[in-house]
Write a protein that binds this ligand. Structure first.
Ligand code: NAG
Ligand code: NAG
Ligand code: NAG
Ligand code: NAG
Ligand code: NAG
Ligand code: NAG
Ligand code: NAG
Ligand code: ZN
Length: 453
């Protein structure tokens, strides 16, 4: 029996490790298509992406973090932290203490990023490995004095093809090897803002373009011989919802411009009162039925958006599809940033490679769960984070995963077996251990008849 157990275990270990001394280190390419709303996958055709999913895994819906904007969510993907904990709490920020400004065009001061450690830094510090990046937010900033060994300064005018070409060169021949790489693309976000997600005709054309880029990516990885050993995650930061010129919340109709400053406008406005905060709050609270006004200490706990100096004393959150502005402001046709419980704000996740199952579909994970999963794949020790590794176990080949119905089945099965065993034991005890005068006689009777017992 002991021997059998030992054999089983050594077999398992061999099976997991394989020919470890010769096998390549695990590699991961993380791709983001900005603003890829989860249900685009159901409502439009993606032949290349569906092929990718067929041989890999799909998470239909990723619950992202509030506020549902680009920089904050991209940093949550690579740190596993809520925005209040990683410090990138908006695309535009102001630090009251140091009087510094941050915006998507002025993002290179490490001060803003240093509250967390992104995975590309950890990857380089925990082993003899390199990271490479093609435009992912923060990758051209020396965070904790470290940039990826290979990166590009951000420029929206660099084509997808050039980003892809250069990242695959780095993945192919670098020493120490590039084991973690990121690739970022601005679409379909830009077109989602321009047309609105309900413009089916334009979005169909734009999303076909995205699918072609996925095709190019897979083709490139295959021709370079990278495809079989590389783990590829394709995901996004947020979704998109339809807006309208008719759904504009005009702050000028409620409050004097001299009474406040706005750091970030819509759909979540970061407000710095210039007069008594309570007065500004009371004025704005009744401003518009589709405007939610929160004092910093009253921001709902489910947003995990409170405990950071960069979150202002007052925030305004517009209802889905509404735009916060001033007199004569115009709204985009599509926007995001709204409540992260809205399905329209959620992105998706697909993954392919040796670490992932083939043909597995999963309903949902949190965006902060991606980080511990990536650390697991790369063999890195994760920094403290808000993700749950268990949520992604079903996606991974080296994890034992049971879903709820299976778990219930197993528990019921175990209970049945236990009941039967208990019953048997009770019966046996009754037969053998209850002392009575004729026990010896009975035993003898049993001995006489070997067929009973
Ligand atoms: C491991 O694989 C390499 C080449 O794939 C082979 O030469 C070597 O003998 C293998 N080692 C073991 C212990 O199986
Ligand atoms: C990025 O820009 C900085 C400043 O312009 C420059 O010093 C640096 O060499 C650039 N890095 C890359 C990788 O292009
Ligand atoms: C991509 O690589 C080419 C060839 O090495 C180089 O000339 C080009 O500047 C790189 N592009 C970017 C955006 O770094
Ligand atoms: C890192 O690995 C490369 C080979 O991939 C080797 O040449 C180099 O000496 C290693 N450096 C350290 C510090 O182990
Ligand atoms: C908005 O602008 C128009 C035209 O300039 C002006 O007539 C109107 O009073 C303004 N409304 C508010 C609330 O400021
Ligand atoms: C702000 O206004 C409220 C009510 O209007 C008042 O109770 C409070 O004392 C004021 N706070 C300051 C600092 O002036
Ligand atoms: C998120 O994780 C950080 C780091 O461990 C921790 O400080 C913070 O309290 C966590 N937030 C929540 C809401 O659990
Ligand atoms: Zn956007």
């Amino acid at each position: 029996m002991k021997l059998l157990v030992i054999l089983l275990f050594s077999g398992l270990i061999l099976g997991c490790r394989g020919n470890s001394s010769y096998s390549l280190p695990p590699k991961l390419l993380l791709v983001s298509f900005d603003g890829f709303r989860a249900d685009y996958l159901q409502n439009y055709e993606f032949p290349h992406l569906q092929n990718f999913i067929k041989e890999g895994v799909l998470v239909e819906r990723v619950k992202n973090v509030f506020i549902t904007k680009t920089f904050p969510n991209h940093y949550s993907i690579v740190t596993g932290l809520y925005e209040e904990s990683h410090g990138i709490v908006a695309n535009s920020m102001y630090d009251v203490i140091t009087k510094r400004h941050f915006s998507d065009l002025n993002d290179k001061d490490p001060f803003w990023w240093n509250e967390a450690v992104p995975i590309w830094v950890t990857n380089q510090l925990q082993g003899n490995r390199s990271s490479a990046a093609a435009m992912w937010p923060g990758t051209d900033v020396p965070i904790h004095n470290t940039t990826p060994s290979y990166f590009m300064n951000y420029s929206s005018s660099v084509s997808f093809e050039e980003r892809l070409n250069n990242i695959t060169v780095w993945l192919s021949n670098s020493n120490p090897p590039v084991t973690f790489a990121t690739l970022y693309w601005e679409e379909p976000d830009a077109s989602g803002h321009r047309y609105g997600p309900e413009d089916k005709e334009n979005m169909r054309r734009v999303l076909k373009g995205i699918d072609d880029l996925v095709g190019d990516l897979v083709y490139k990885l295959k021709t370079l011989g990278l495809w079989e050993n590389l783990n590829v995650i394709i995901t996004s930061d947020h979704g998109m919802t339809q807006c309208s010129q008719d759904r504009l919340i005009n702050l000028d109709s409620c409050i004097r411009r001299s009474d406040y400053t706005v750091i970030d406008w819509t759909p979540v406005a970061a407000v710095l009162p210039k007069i008594n905060r309570t007065e500004v709050y009371n004025t704005l609270k009744t401003c518009h039925p589709h405007l939610n006004v929160y004092l910093k200490e009253e921001i709902p706990a489910r947003f995990h958006y409170q405990h950071n100096d960069r979150i202002p004393p007052l925030i305004l959150v517009a209802d889905e599809g509404w735009t916060i502005g001033r007199n004569k402001s115009s709204s985009k046709l599509g926007d995001h940033g709204y409540d992260n419980s809205l399905p329209s704000m959620h992105p998706f996740l697909a993954a392919h490679g040796p670490a992932f199952h083939k043909g597995y579909k999963h309903s949902t994970i949190n965006i902060v769960d991606i980080y511990p999963m990536m650390c697991h794949i790369l063999g890195l020790k994760p920094h403290p984070n808000n993700g749950t590794f268990g949520h992604t176990k079903c996606l991974l080949v080296d994890q034992w995963c049971i879903n709820l119905p299976e778990a219930i089945g197993i528990v019921i099965g175990a209970l049945l077996v236990l009941t039967m065993l208990t019953g048997l034991i009770i019966i046996m005890q009754k037969r053998y251990s209850v002392p009575h005068p004729f026990s010896r006689l009975q035993l003898q009777e049993d001995d006489d008849d070997p067929l009973i017992g």
